[in-house]
Ligand binder design. Sequence first.
Ligand SMILES: [Mn+2]
Length: 202
Amino acid sequence: MIQRKAELERRSKETQIKVSLNVDGSGKTKIKTPIGFLDHMLELFAFHGYFDLDLLVVGDTRIDIHHTNEDIGIVLGRAFKKALGEGKTGIKRFGSAFAPMEATVGCCVIDISGRGYFKVNVKTGHPGADQDGYKFSYFEHFMESFAHNLGATLIFELRDPSNDLHTNLETLFKSLGLALDQATTIDPRRAGQVPSTKGIID
Ligand SMILES: [Mn+2]
């Protein structure tokens, strides 16, 4: 089987990011960013998606976490795109998943279509107050960057949100791990084919 792995490094005046990804891993992670809350979310995303992910980040968080949060989304999206390869041969392409936590359900639908689109719907309620410096809007910004750089349509729905931002985002990150695992799975019935009637995903 081909190795679906990627290593990337991105340096800007705001952040330095090094990532190593294996799409066909076992969920092992070594994640160290200046945003502890995001480390926790990315660990559970990778664990439930069976992705091996090493991520080392230095960022200008003395300003705020805005640049660092966004840039991690960019680099992670690029790493998945690179690991899946140019034609995305044989992958299922679509994925959808639900992850509950108490009454709250995080839902994710993804299509690795080559085009970036992002949306999140919150059904009845509020996604929760800011927590330990993290905000729901940072989640949106992170996922928008991720979707555009991966080249995927990424839609989330948060049902019956708890008052706790941590709980809510945990269901969403888990649902992404589950949905992306599905979408990146190689379907033997599509062996050697690009999963599009157009014959190309770019
Ligand atoms: Mn937690």
